[in-house]
Design a protein around this ligand. Sequence first.
Ligand SMILES: O=C(O)C1=C[C@@H](OP(=O)(O)O)[C@@H](O)[C@H](O)C1
Ligand SMILES: C=C(OP(=O)(O)O)C(=O)O
Length: 430
Amino acid sequence: MMRKDMGMTLWSAPHHEEPLEAVVAVPGSKSATNRALILAALADGESHIVGALRSRDTDLMINALRTLGVDITEAGDGTDLTVRPNDIRGGDVDCGLAGTVMRFLPAVAAFADGDVHFDGDEQARVRPQSVTLDALRALGVTVTGNALPFTVHGQGAVPGGDITLDASGSSQFISGLLLAAARFSNGVTIRHSGGRVPSTPHIDMTVAMLAHAGVTVNTPEPAVWQVEPTTIRASDWVIEPDLSNATPFLAAAAVVGGSVTVPHWPTHTTQAGDHIRGILADMGCSVNLSDSGLTVTSSGELQGIDADLSDVGELTPTIAALAALASTPSRLRGIAHLRGHETDRLAALATEINRIGGNCEETADGLFITPVTLHGGTWHSYHDHRMATAGAILGLRVPNIKVEDIGTTAKTLPGFEKMWARMLQGGDAL
Ligand SMILES: O=C(O)C1=C[C@@H](OP(=O)(O)O)[C@@H](O)[C@H](O)C1
Ligand SMILES: C=C(OP(=O)(O)O)C(=O)O
């Protein structure tokens, strides 16, 4: 149910007391879809993508590539895509709030025969970007600007070479260069110098998808990645379900009790979301991966955790919601880089958990959450899809939570509210 409050659209998060029994199929992975699109756009022929995610972030990528001259046609419900590369041309790119668009596309734009202007949401203008742009400059590309809005002055080719950068703010700085590197005239050697690189499974995904397209990434020593110039092979891509988007549904079983199954859960994957299995088990859930998918079963009683989430930072909003409903405190560490995500997620989570009566302390690199009795109130989303879904999880156990702008979930999961309602009715959601 929606209502407006001082201009804000508020969604009454369903409160639920009965144990769950539901199957929830989630659409394709955002990270895999946007990588497949980039690789297909730079490939030596026609590629096919099956099971692509259609959401704001992936539609921004599709629209941007079309602007740059790539031919993308859709079949069925739009999740089957055929991509035919072309010479890259100049144009205007809207990045929205998508890290994958703002960090992956500039290297592609460098192959254009003219200027590519990038801009995005106001919040995207403060997301870290200069590492990508300085790296391109060091590889021989002319770029104006250091953050959105910026312009890549494409000259048809990228010389490439050796660079040192600091990717402690985002793994996407590395992935974005690696995805295009095989097309650089001299390839690339990327050396990371700085604090720990976060979200390393996402770099593993980049390397694995490049291998599928015939490109080898050598890692002669830790924190060094090398790509020789070679052809990016046109490929068939089958996109796995988005395991990070599955986590709020699994969390529902964890906090309410009962069980939720997510079908088609891969047995081997580079997706960071797969780590939810160990995290939910550590919090006291029973977690079973079988031919039916991943099933999480819980009594609804959870214990707190002490966890380094550096590799799986995008799961933090789900885990913070679980931690606020657990019976013992949790320390979530290794996630200072979340201050540069869709919003400053550490500040946002602490503010919103405390607003509904919780006890969440922001630390230098994470959150310390002491569970206390929570009360209803408005849960602000900050245009962050995962803040909105965290509010939905809390609302299952805390009556009268109103989530602001639930529609922001369309960044990666359009129709979230309907899937949530169907899950609570015990149906097959999707
Ligand atoms: O490459 C990707 O697809 C992503 C990498 C990660 O970014 P950071 O390294 O900035 O955390 C992750 O959080 C984001 O949701 C998607
Ligand atoms: C950090 C995220 O997104 P982005 O790809 O915009 O960085 C996320 O989805 O949690």
